[in-house]
Unconditional design. Structure first.
Length: 177
């Protein structure tokens, strides 16, 4: 039986255009063929992305890049958030493209958890990578997140990451750079 998780009554801003959400969008632009470092967080920072849920979210990310999403350069699915480095395709809107993945991933995660309702926090953080920045350094930073958080001792042993053997050869963005 699926359970619905409504927004808490003590948080009337949930699902609304809050100043924080609007600030995340301020200055956002969508430039084709630019790399973006994106971060999204699970609603209420709950650690729901472990185990099979995290696997489904990671697989949905890889599928998303293959069907018109952003070709990936690096990613990591942490217990309560995800970091993604990808290249925006021609004619794509960053918010819409990433929103499609978030919606699909939320559906898969909620299905695995046998629940409905909000999965991700509204919005996301984005950083348009400047040409002078080193994409490999940013990718290494993303893939090293589980090591810095003490989840593993080596990045390649964290299964929900582009550093892992499972996903290493499935990121498509490096061919575009």
């Amino acid at each position: 039986m699926m359970q619905h998780t409504p927004a808490p009554a003590d948080k009337p801003w949930v699902g609304r255009e809050t100043p924080g959400l609007l600030a995340l969008r301020r200055g956002r632009f969508s430039e084709p063929n630019r790399a973006y470092f994106l971060t999204t967080v699970v609603h209420e920072k709950r650690p729901l992305l472990a185990g099979r849920v995290g696997e489904r979210v990671a697989e949905s990310l890889v599928r998303w890049q293959e069907v018109g999403g952003m070709p990936l350069l690096a990613f990591v699915i942490m217990p309560d958030h995800a970091h993604i480095l990808g290249v925006l395709r021609d004619g794509s809107d960053l918010g819409r493209a990433f929103g499609r993945w978030k919606a699909g991933a939320a559906k898969e995660a909620n299905e695995e958890l046998r629940r409905t309702g909000r999965f991700w926090q509204s919005g996301f953080h984005d950083h348009a990578v400047r040409r002078s920045e080193d994409l490999r350094e940013i990718a290494s930073y993303i893939e090293g997140n589980p090591v810095r958080k003490g989840l593993v001792s080596r990045a390649e042993t964290f299964e929900l990451s582009s550093a892992s053997e499972r996903f290493r050869d499935r990121v498509l963005g490096w061919a575009l750079i």
